[in-house]
Design a protein around this ligand. Sequence first.
Ligand SMILES: [Zn+2]
Ligand SMILES: [Zn+2]
Length: 262
Amino acid sequence: MFIPDVLQPLWFMITFVAFFAIIVGRYFLVSGLFYLIFYAWFPAKFKQRKISKKPYSPRQFKREISRSLVTALIFALIGTIMILLWEKGYTAIYTDISKYGLWWLPASLILSMLIDETYYYWMHRLLHKPKLFKLIHKVHHQSNITSPWTAFSFHPLEGLLLSVSLPVILMMVPMHPVMILLQLTFMTFSSVVNHLDIEIYPARFHKHILGRWLIGATHHGLHHKQFKYNFGLYFTFWDKWKKTESPLFDETFESATTAKPY
Ligand SMILES: [Zn+2]
Ligand SMILES: [Zn+2]
């Protein structure tokens, strides 16, 4: 497998620019696609699944996109440093699948996501302490009504806090690059879906054996409105365990997913 020699400044720059282009491209592709489908092309079709009834402020999307571009710069820098650490032999990344067996591929992904979830949940709760909220997290919560463009709209320090978890995990958990890519893809879709403000899950999914544990637009949308509930990233288990799940979740989900007569 070709790994650029990022110890050389030129390769460092090329890798950084390539990462930035991929991350920005991914953002516009995924957020853009969701925006087009749910807001531009078929707004009437999804109107009753919209969680917030108020309109967006005129400059919100512009603000979210420019902040997401800064986040992309940070993600690209951390990604490049990650390649450097890999080259130096500081990570547990491996390329020979037979080294740990097939079973380890999904197991490593699940383990990595559970660690990421735990880190995010507790970090997110810390970010809601008044001083840190004012300093860092307020920027993300400026999007009181979330949109597909909110997905990576963070204060640069929050972008940094978010991006360091995977490199740290990769120093401890052996992961194949394909599984890392899968986690990053899941992370991207999860972030866009959770900020969509339109519930895309089917009715009663919140009671489904799988749906119970998966965060979606209603769950995270309520976090942006109520602040003190629903701190999870991908999964609901920490919120359920620590009793920080919004008491309005069930009724909001049911109201968004139940067909209403016009
Ligand atoms: Zn928050
Ligand atoms: Zn959010």
